[in-house]
Design a protein around this ligand. Structure first.
Ligand code: ATP
Length: 305
């Protein structure tokens, strides 16, 4: 197959993917979004003969626009701009999960600091305030008191960008010092790991420790439903375990249930590749091959209809 990779920087994840594609003899077109232009009918990027394009843009805005333009030219792109749109925004993400009855932390959005303070007081302390866009745990706040809430809200209102004028307030989930990251392709789990830390932000980028995790039936079901809720694709589904006995060793598992706090649409997988026995790039390319074949069949059917 002929695969396009939308990117602005080749990280270790992209290298792993490129190596796997080339090892299998696939032709790869690297599309650097920093140098290409996207018009209403066509682009300077060489996309005409591509069977599938994989969005690996680091920047959310580039990812959302570039996939939208490619999609409008009829170029098959994963993930779809619709999935990207839901995943890139924490409020839309939470709504999609709730609409699909996937357990997700209680959340409220408010548009002024006064309304946000009311939400915070109602949740009680601690609770969490997140920017609606962004990742790697940046600018996330665990709020322990009214004084802290007032200070943070004032800072956000005075100094924040447009996105920080949307106050996303969430219940604090008392997780067992770790969360679970699952890489899934169209709802099917590829690999899963826990990210542990003494800090409440347990994701790997903040220095958390990673370890392979065996998904039980409930977690597997929730990953599938969370993926469907945002429109499918290659996704990072983040879950927290709930109802784990505080004295228990988290390594023993034993969660009563899970809550899905987020689904990510441009997912890093190098940590999962190292933490688990799964050959993650190989599984991703398996999926891309199947996806490209499916999309080619669909287009052939449409053309003959
Ligand atoms: N409501 C919550 N209660 C307790 N811990 C939370 C809550 N929400 C998030 N966390 C913790 O904070 C970490 C970062 O949260 P989240 O995934 O929402 O942020 P992010 O910036 O989108 O990170 P990334 O996209 O890299 O996963 C999670 O890994 C989890 O450990």
């Amino acid at each position: 197959m002929h695969v396009g990779i939308l990117y602005s920087r080749i990280r270790r994840d992209e290298k792993l993917l490129l190596n796997e594609l080339r090892d299998r003899g696939h032709e790869v077109e690297k599309i650097d979004v920093r140098t290409e232009r996207f018009g209403l009918e066509s682009t300077t990027a060489a996309v005409d003969d591509l069977d599938i394009v994989v969005d690996r843009c680091l920047s959310t805005s580039r990812s959302l626009y570039a996939t939208r333009f490619l999609d409008s030219y009829g170029v098959p792109v994963v993930n779809s701009p619709e999935t990207g749109d839901v995943c890139a925004d924490k409020a839309k993400n939470s709504l999609a999960l709730a609409e699909a009855d996937v357990p997700t932390p209680a959340t409220e959005v408010a548009f002024t600091k006064e309304a946000a303070l009311e939400a915070i007081e109602e949740f009680g302390y601690p609770c969490v305030l997140k920017p609606v866009t962004g990742s790697w745990g940046r600018l996330m706040a665990k709020i322990d008191s009214r004084n802290a809430a007032e200070a943070i809200l004032e800072h956000k209102e005075t100094l924040g960008h447009y996105e920080h004028k949307v106050f996303y307030v969430q219940e604090f989930v008392d997780k067992p010092g770790r969360d679970v990251r699952v890489l899934a392709v169209d709802g099917e789990p590829v690999a899963a790991m826990t990210r542990s830390s003494d800090h409440w932000l347990t994701n790997a980028a903040k220095g958390g420790e990673t370890e392979s995790f065996d998904l039980d039936e409930r977690a597997t079901e929730l990953v599938e439903r969370a993926s469907d809720a945002v429109g499918g694709g290659m996704l990072g589904v983040d879950l927290m375990e709930v109802g784990v006995d505080a004295d228990a060793d988290p390594a023993d598992g034993g969660a009563e249930d899970y809550t899905v706090h987020e689904v990510n649409h441009t997912v890093e997988f190098k940590a999962l590749d190292s933490a688990t026995d799964v050959d993650v790039p190989a599984r991703i390319v398996d999926w891309l091959e199947a996806k490209a074949a499916e999309l080619t069949d669909e287009r052939a059917e449409e053309a003959s209809a």
